[in-house]
Design a protein. Structure first.
Length: 89
């Protein structure tokens, strides 16, 4: 049995294999950032946002470890009114 390959068949084979590998290795980048809670932290405070409901909690003063005070709020109502939910002393 003698098999002969012409240049056209080889090119089509390589292109088909490259297309198949690119389809198999395709990754949706949105999956890594999906989740219910988003957290942002820096040296002065922490914000935890529930991305499905818009509720959040904030610990604004993390430097005083003994007196961490969490403030609850709702992102949509805070955004609509433009007011912070700071606790008044």
């Amino acid at each position: 049995m003698k098999i002969t390959l012409d240049l056209k068949s080889i090119i089509i084979g390589f292109l088909g294999a490259a297309l198949l590998l690119s389809i198999i290795s395709f990754k949706n980048n949105g999956d890594e950032n999906e989740g219910k809670f988003k957290t942002v932290m820096n040296e002065t405070g922490i914000v935890i946002l529930d991305s499905q409901t818009g509720a959040y909690i904030v610990a604004p003063n993390m430097r005083d470890v003994g007196r961490v005070q969490w403030i609850k709020g709702d992102f949509y109502s805070t955004h609509k009114t433009g007011k912070d939910n700071k606790k008044e002393n």
